[in-house]
Design a protein around this ligand. Structure first.
Ligand code: SAH
Ligand code: SF4
Ligand code: F3S
Length: 408
């Protein structure tokens, strides 16, 4: 029996793809190990969203040369978004790589490993993965057709398409029967989901109807696709998390237009207000130092953040990705990027701290991911003195907030 060590970089879609590839390997009789030295195969699933992410994946691959040389018959599979972008070129610089399986090719992984005669695998029926998490990730869309000016994803993941709701619902049911408490629906523009007239909102409603489901999340929604039908679904279905991770990228209409985001600052503010009115906490992604970003544009982002009071935000310095339109624009000085990032992070720290503080004294539904750590429906971390079973869902009174943790 071959043992596989898995290393995943990047977003939750990559986590889901990793699980899919691990299931394929399990069907070939492989088991997973957490100890690199015990492994026969290393599966590296990679990200290329920013230069730094790709760099990380490649330096990890570089370090694996030593591991591979220690024993005969060790194999390395390099998969995901960086693998898709760089393709077979990788083998020139890293000849110890055995298989390259790009992000567009996850569905075909089984035929790739078969055709490459990696090992004599033993086929296994009904393979399962050991899953200690109470959270199940379910892909509902693949690819992205948005072509935001700075983004590499559409190039490495291809055009968007929605998966059949019948298969999605079957996957959800099976995860719940195996003990999951929370389902996370995944897609790059997850709320653009549409399958022959079957909308994202309809999918949310059907999933909420499962008795065993405690909580439903989705990642990443795009502001452009937030509509009345979706807002009504949030109002009607309390199992849908009272939190949305809604990447805004910028608060300046001029920059948003250049990024091809398809919404203005005003539209964004109106949507954020509508979400707040339903009691939804919002976190976001922001890019600082987009090539055409002036001081005034950056100010617009800051004032939007002050109004929106995000509970958290991932803030990224613009990173040019070859092949995207924004990579052709003249970059701003790194010093400007550093300075703006600093100011923005400071602002976010304040709103995040305030968001945690607002929870003190409230009662929150906590879903335990570890015996003394869980998350509220509106996505705050909670720590308890008492131990709970992983996956338990309990209403708890929040005693106090400490920076970015709630105590209950
Ligand atoms: N599909 C999601 C985001 C996927 S990428 C969406 O549309 O919102 C995750 C985040 O990486 C993005 O939200 C963006 O903030 C950041 N990002 C993407 N490309 C980038 C680049 N070239 N430079 C810096 N940050 C980038
Ligand atoms: Fe990238 Fe834009 Fe697609 Fe998100 S919506 S993955 S930022 S192109
Ligand atoms: Fe990275 Fe690919 Fe996700 S580039 S962010 S792993 S879609």
């Amino acid at each position: 029996m071959k043992k596989v060590y898995l290393q995943t970089f990047g977003c939750q879609m990559n986590e889901a793809d990793s699980q899919e590839m691990m299931l394929t390997l399990a069907a070939k009789g492989c088991t997973q190990t957490d100890i690199l030295e015990e492994a026969d195969i290393v599966l590296v699933n990679t990200c290329t969203i920013r230069e730094h992410a790709e760099h990380k994946a490649l330096s990890y691959l570089g370090r694996l040369a030593k591991w591979k040389a220690k024993k005969d018959d060790r194999k390395i599979i390099f998969a995901g978004c960086a693998a898709q972008r760089l393709g077979q070129k990788i083998k020139k610089k890293f000849p110890h790589t055995d298989i390259i399986n790009g992000a567009k090719n996850i569905d075909n992984f089984a035929s790739v490993i078969e055709s490459q005669n990696l090992f004599d695998f033993e086929d296994k029926t009904n393979p399962t993965l050991e899953n200690k998490s109470p959270i199940a990730l379910v892909n509902i869309m693949r690819g992205c057709s948005c072509k935001c000016s700075y983004c590499i994803v559409p190039y490495v993941r291809g055009e968007a398409y929605s998966l059949d709701p019948k298969n999605i619902l079957a996957q959800v049911q099976s995860a719940l029967e195996k003990g999951a408490s929370e389902i996370v629906l995944l897609g790059q523009t997850v709320n653009a989901y549409s399958y022959k007239g079957f909308s994202f909102s309809k999918l949310l409603r059907e999933i909420c109807a499962f008795d065993k489901l405690a909580r439903l999340r989705y990642l990443s929604p795009h502001p452009m696709f937030i509509n009345e039908e979706f807002l009504n679904t949030l109002k009607d279905c309390p199992k849908i998390a009272r939190h949305i991770h809604l990447p805004i990228q910028s608060g300046s209409t001029r920059i948003l237009a250049d990024m091809k985001r398809n919404y203005t600052r005003e539209e964004l503010l109106a949507k954020l207000k509508a979400l707040r009115e339903i009691g939804i906490e919002v976190s976001t992604d922001i890019i600082v130092g987009y090539p055409k970003e002036t001081e005034k544009d950056f100010e617009d982002t800051l004032t939007l953040c002050q109004k929106a009071q995000f509970s958290a935000a991932y803030c990224f310095k613009f990173s040019p990705r070859k092949g995207t339109p924004a990579a052709l624009l003249k970059e701003l000085d790194q010093e400007i990027l550093e300075k703006r990032l600093d100011i923005l992070l400071n602002e976010i720290k304040k709103s995040s701290k305030a968001a945690y503080a607002r929870q003190a004294g409230t009662t929150q539904q906590v879903l335990f991911e570890k015996p003394t750590n869980g998350r509220t429906s509106n996505n705050f971390w909670v720590r308890t003195k008492k131990k709970y079973p992983v996956g338990a869902v309990v209403d708890l009174q929040i005693k106090e907030s400490k920076d970015t943790i709630l105590l209950a």
